[in-house]
Design a protein around this ligand. Sequence first.
Ligand code: HSE
Length: 341
Amino acid sequence: MTVRVGVLGAGTVGGALITRLVADRDAIRLKSGVDLEVRKVAVRDLGKERPFNLPEDRLTDDSLAVVTDPAIDVIVEVIGGLEPAGDLVLAALRSGKPVVTANKELIATRGQEITEAAKRTGVSVMYEAAVGGGIPVIRPLAESLSGEDIDVVSGIVNGTTNYILTAMAKEGRAYEDALTEAQRLGYAEADPGDDVSGRDAAFKTSILASLAFGERVAPWEVETEGIENVTAEDVAAASARGEVIKLIGSARRGVDGRVEARVEPSSLPADHPLAGVSGVTNAIFIEGPSVGRLLFTGPGAGGQATASAMLGDLIQVASRGRAPRVRSAHDGTPRRQVLHR
Ligand code: HSE
């Protein structure tokens, strides 16, 4: 079975995913039973050099033509941001094409509309890569833990800021230097202001909270403070006290029953389990009365790790007979995935 894939965007994550799809096509088919063919890639600049090896006619600058192409079965969205990504994702779902996306801003902001559109045509939208890069946390939360009455979800959900804070604390590096390095390594957002302001972490916290508590927690309901005001002196003072500063996203049900979500720099004692989570690594705690404390940790950003999560989603939506049931972050309704060809 060949499943024809259309990819929207070919930046850090898209480029890494397409590289894997092209180079490992046979290995993926042998392992998963699904033959994934990259049929079209929509890019902004057709002249730009790409890391993958595809015939020239597979590249186009017309994203909508990829979405509406009847010769494409599944859409991967790695453009990022709200528009045009949102309208393209909706157009794909409305025409019965499953979508795999890494777009945390889009899922956090328009997730409800998107999951409803998917529901209407009976296809899946999967977004494992939207939180925690390569860490599998969305499906464990949405599926494996759906019977758990979760108390708290919290952790380090932005790789760039954790990289910066670690470089400042362990190597005495300057904030700007560390940020430039995080950008060079492909960790930062196109606008790194989204990382350092806590905006990116707020999107991820909104998605985790919505799944954990089975109700919508919008990104604007996440009280957010970034790391822009954390100085070298703050980091050194924390270190002298035997503490370490981390940007923590968290959500819990308050005494009034409402979900309280926030993103803020926090000074943690050295023996705190998140204190040793360094560099681009993310770590997400989930705590519930029956299961106790779970910790999901791993690379939270970067092309290859994020592409790994997207490839897993892609294989899932492309597989017949193994219909995944991914609960929406917004309506709690399980759906069967149907691949239209
Ligand atoms: N800029 C994001 C981060 C990328 O640093 O965590 C992964 O979502």
